[in-house]
Design a protein around this ligand. Structure first.
Ligand code: T1G
Length: 696
C-alpha cells in the first residue's frame, strides 16, 4: 500500500500531506505515516512544518471501520503525543470538516489555521465513545471547561469564525489549504516563533456549578445513553489532573465505552445510514433526469412533499382538484415554508422566490407534462389511485417516473392502471414529509432499475434516508408496526395497561410508546387499518375490540383531547384515563380473561420479540433487502433509539436463541400470533447472526 502521508520540503518549510480519500480518516497507515513524517521532520534541517489534508477535508476522524477490531499500532493517542512533543513548530491547516481524531491531531500541532467556511468538532459521542486522543484534555485548555464540554457533548460542528473566537485556532484564511499553511509558516519564521504546546497551557479553571447544570441537561437530552455524560466527566478532569493523568483517564474511559453495545449499535447506525442508499443491484445504473417534481394532492402529505422538494432546489408543480383546494394547498405550503423562515433555516427573500419561481399550483393534469417525477399523494383508496394513475398516464411525458405515496396498497395493481408499469414505483414518505428522514422506495414487479435508481436519487436530493422495500401490505415499516402494536394490544388484554406499556418502552429508549404514538397519529388510522384487515382476519387471531370503541366514542387522540390518554392544560402530553381502564376491564370480562401482571422487562421482551420476528419475516420474504434496511427503517421512521442500532442489530446483541425462546414461550398461550419466522429459526439453527446477511 502506498503511504498516505507524504513529505516534501519548500526551503525552510517541511510540507506533510495526508491523502487518504474520501475523508482522510486516520486509519493505521495514516497514523504510521504521521509518526514517520514527524520523525523525519525532527531530524531534517527544516525549521517549521505544515500539516494539511488533500481533497475535500482535513482528517474527519479515526477510521470508524477499524472499530470493534483488534487495535492496530500506533494508537492515535500516542501519535498525537508524539506530534506535540516535536521540538520545532508545526502548523496544521484545517479545511472541510476536521472532526474527532482529526481535531485531536490539529490540537497536538502548535498552531492552527482554518479556512473560512470550514468546520470542526468532536462528534465521538454520536458513536457512543468519547474523544480518545486528547480531545477532552486539550480542547478545554484552549476554550475553558464549559465551552469544551458543550462542544463535545453536543457533537456539533463549530464554524471557523466561532472557533477563532473560542481560541481553538490561531488564524482564518481564504487561501487554498497549502497556501494558507505556507503563509502562516513563513510568518512564524519571520517572527521567530517557536513551539507552543496546547498540553503545556495552564489547566482550565474548575467550574463545578456550570458543569453540573450542563450535565443535568445533557443527561435529560440523551436518556439511556452513557457516552455524553462520561465525556463531560472526562472534560471536567482537565481542571484537576495533570495532562498525563488526564489523558490516561480519558484513554481508560474511551476503551470502556468502546466495548459497550451502545458503541457497536451507533457504529452500525453510522454505516447502515450510508449503506441503505447503496443497493448492490443498482451499482452503475443511471437514474433518470430529476429537476421537476409533480405532486398530486396538496394535503398534509402532498404539501410536505412539495416543501421538501422546494427546499432542495427542485421545481414543483402541484395539482389539486379545484381552485379552493388549490388555494388551501398554497396556504399550507406557505405556512410550512414560513415555519422554516421562523426557525432560521430559510431567508424570507428565498421563501418568496421559491413561492414565486419554483412552485406552480394547477387544477389541470396537463400542467404535469413537463414533470420528471410525478408523486401521487391522494386519498388511500385503490379506486381513487387507479383513476389518478390513468390520468397521469395520459399527460406524463415519456420516461417520467410515476410514483405513489401509498402506505400499504398494492403498487403492482396501481402500476397496472397505466400503460407503462416499468415507470411506476412507490415512494412512501412519512409525515411531516419535509421533516421525517425516512423514505421507503417500493419496487414493484415491473419497476425498471433506472426508475428505482431515480427514487434513490430523489431521496438523496431531498436529504432523506432511502430504504428499498418490496410490495406487501404496509411495506417494511407499517407491516412491522402492525405486528408489534398487536403484541402490545395482546398484553393489554392480558393485564398490562397502555400507560405501563408506553412507560416500559420509553424506558427502553423508544421516542414514544405505541399508545402515545397512536394518539398523536389519530386513533382513526389504527381503526381504519383494523377495519380494512377485518375481512381477512383469521379465526385464530386474538382481536380486542376496546380500541375500536375509543374510535366509536370519537376519542381520536390528541386532536380531540382524548384517546388512550387525556390531553388538557393539566397534562398537555397526556395522562392515563380511568375510563379507558374501565373499557379494557370490560373487554377482558367479555372475553373471560383473568388479568395478570407484567413486569416492564417482560413487556420490552415481548414487544421486541414481536418486532424482531416480523422483521425476520420481512427480510426472509425479500420485502427488505437486508437486515440493515429494516434497522434503518425503524431508526429513521419509527423512533427506535439509534443507540440500540435497530431491531435486528438489537436481536444479534441479545442473542437470537433468546429471542426465539421468548417467542416459543409466548406461543404456548397464543400459537397463532407467535409463529417463529423461518429465517429466525434458520439463523439460530446455523448459529449465525442477522449481521451475516448485511453483505460487505
Ligand atoms: N471513518 C471511516 N469512514 C468514514 C469516516 C470515518 N471517520 N467518515 C466518513 N467515512 C466514509 C463514509 O462511510 C462514506 O463511505 C464516505 O466516507 C463519505 O462520507 C480517536 C475515535 C466527514 C462530515 O464521526 O460525519 O475520531 O459510504 O457519505 O456527507 O477520538 O462522513 O462512500 O463508502 O458521510 O460529505 C469521529 C464521521 C470518528 C466523522 C462527510 N469522526 N463522518 O460527510 O460524506 S471517532 C466522525 C462524518 C474518532 C478519536 C475517535 C461525515 C463527514 P461510503 P459521507 P459527507
Amino acid at each position: 500500500m502506498t503511504n498516505p502521508v507524504s513529505y516534501e520540503t519548500q526551503g525552510e518549510i517541511a510540507v506533510i500531506r495526508i491523502d487518504n480519500p474520501p475523508v482522510n480518516a486516520a486509519g493505521q497507515a495514516v497514523r504510521a505515516g504521521l509518526v514517520a513524517a514527524f520523525d523525519r521532520f525532527s531530524k531534517a534541517p527544516q525549521k517549521v512544518a505544515v500539516l494539511y489534508g488533500a481533497g475535500r477535508t482535513f482528517v474527519a476522524g479515526a477510521d470508524i471501520s477499524e472499530f470493534g477490531k483488534p487495535p492496530l499500532e500506533p494508537k492515535l493517542a500516542d501519535v498525537v503525543t508524539h506530534i506535540e512533543a516535536t521540538e520545532k513548530p508545526i502548523v496544521c491547516v484545517m479545511h472541510g470538516t476536521t472532526l474527532g481524531g482529526g481535531l485531536e491531531i490539529a490540537l497536538s500541532c502548535h498552531y492552527r489555521v482554518m479556512l473560512r467556511g470550514a468546520r470542526l468538532g468532536l462528534p465521538e459521542v454520536l458513536l457512543g465513545i468519547l474523544p480518545g486522543a486528547g480531545g477532552t484534555q486539550r480542547l478545554p485548555r484552549l476554550t475553558g471547561l464549559l465551552a469544551a464540554a458543550e462542544i463535545i457533548t453536543s457533537a456539533r460542528q463549530v464554524p471557523a469564525e466561532e472557533a477563532m473566537e473560542l481560541g481553538i485556532i490561531d488564524a482564518l484564511s481564504d487561501a487554498e489549504p497549502l497556501v494558507a499553511g505556507l503563509n502562516f509558516a513563513t510568518e512564524l519564521l519571520v517572527r521567530g516563533l517557536g513551539v507552543r504546546r496546547v498540553g503545556e497551557l495552564p489547566a482550565p479553571k474548575p467550574d463545578a456549578e456550570a458543569l453540573a447544570a450542563l450535565k443535568a441537561k445533557v443527561a435529560k437530552a440523551n436518556p439511556g445513553q452513557i457516552a455524553q455524560v462520561t465525556a463531560l466527566e472526562s472534560v471536567e478532569r482537565a481542571a484537576t489532573l495533570p495532562l498525563a493523568q488526564g489523558l490516561a483517564e480519558e484513554r481508560r474511559q474511551f476503551l470502556e465505552l468502546h466495548n459497550t453495545p451502545q458503541r457497536a449499535a451507533l457504529v452500525h447506525a453510522f454505516f447502515g445510514e450510508r449503506k441503505v442508499a447503496q443497493l448492490p443491484e443498482l451499482k452503475g445504473v443511471q437514474p433518470r433526469k430529476l429537476a421537476h417534481v409533480g405532486v398530486i394532492g396538496g394535503g398534509t402529505m402532498g404539501g410536505g412533499i412539495a416543501v421538501a422538494s422546494l427546499l432542495n432546489k427542485l421545481t414543483v408543480t402541484l395539482i389539486e382538484r379545484d381552485q379552493p383546494a388549490a388555494d388551501k394547498a398554497r396556504a399550507g405550503i406557505e405556512k410550512m415554508l414560513g415555519d422554516s423562515v421562523k426557525r432560521g433555516k430559510l431567508s424570507a427573500g428565498k421563501r418568496d422566490a421559491l413561492l414565486k419561481d419554483a412552485l406552480t399550483i394547477a387544477t389541470d393534469y396537463a400542467a404535469l407534462s413537463g414533470a420528471d417525477v410525478i408523486i401521487e399523494a391522494v386519498f388511500e383508496s385503490m379506486d381513487v389511485k387507479k383513476e389518478v394513475f390513468a390520468n397521469i398516464d395520459r399527460v406524463a411525458k415519456p420516461g417520467a417516473v410515476l410514483a405513489t405515496n401509498t402506505s400499504y396498497l398494492d403498487v403492482n395493481e396501481i402500476a397496472a392502471a397505466t400503460s407503462r408499469p416499468a415507470d411506476v414505483l412507490g415512494l412512501h414518505f412519512f409525515s411531516p414529509a419535509h421533516v421525517m428522514k425516512l423514505l421507503e422506495i417500493v419496487e414493484a414487479d415491473k419497476t425498471a432499475p433506472e426508475v428505482l435508481a431515480t427514487g434513490f436519487a430523489l431521496a438523496k436530493a431531498l436529504k432523506k434516508v432511502p430504504v428499498r422495500a418490496g410490495v406487501c401490505d404496509g411495506f417494511i415499516g407499517n407491516r412491522i408496526l402492525k405486528t408489534y402494536r398487536t403484541a402490545a394490544d395482546h398484553m393489554v388484554l392480558d393485564g398490562a395497561s397502555p400507560f405501563q406499556i408506553d412507560r416500559a418502552l420509553t424506558g427502553f429508549g423508544l421516542a414514544m410508546g405505541p399508545y402515545a404514538v397512536a394518539d398523536l397519529a389519530g386513533i382513526d388510522i389504527g381503526y381504519m387499518t383494523r377495519q380494512r384487515l377485518l375481512p381477512s382476519k383469521d379465526p385464530r387471531e386474538r382481536w380486542g375490540e376496546w380500541a375500536d370503541k375509543l374510535y366509536e366514542l370519537g376519542r381520536l387522540g390528541r386532536k380531540t383531547g382524548r384517546g388512550y390518554y387525556i390531553y388538557d392544560d393539566q397534562s398537555p402530553r397526556g395522562r392515563p384515563d380511568p375510563e379507558v381502564d374501565a373499557m379494557i376491564a370490560e373487554e377482558r370480562a367479555r372475553l373471560g380473561i383473568t388479568p395478570r401482571s407484567f413486569t416492564d422487562e417482560e413487556i420490552v421482551e415481548r414487544y421486541m420479540a414481536a418486532m424482531i420476528n416480523e422483521s425476520a419475516r420481512v427480510v426472509g420474504e425479500g420485502i427488505a433487502a437486508r437486515p440493515l434496511d429494516v434497522d434503518m427503517t425503524l431508526l429513521f421512521g419509527y423512533g427506535f433509539p439509534r443507540w440500540r442500532g435497530g431491531p435486528l442489530h438489537y436481536a444479534d446483541e441479545t442473542g437470537l436463541d433468546k429471542v426465539l425462546a421468548t417467542i416459543r414461550t409466548a406461543a404456548q398461550e397464543d400459537p397463532y400470533f407467535w409463529q417463529p419466522a423461518p429465517l429466525l429459526e434458520q439463523l439460530v439453527a446455523e448459529g449465525r447472526l442477522f449481521a451475516s446477511l448485511n453483505g460487505e
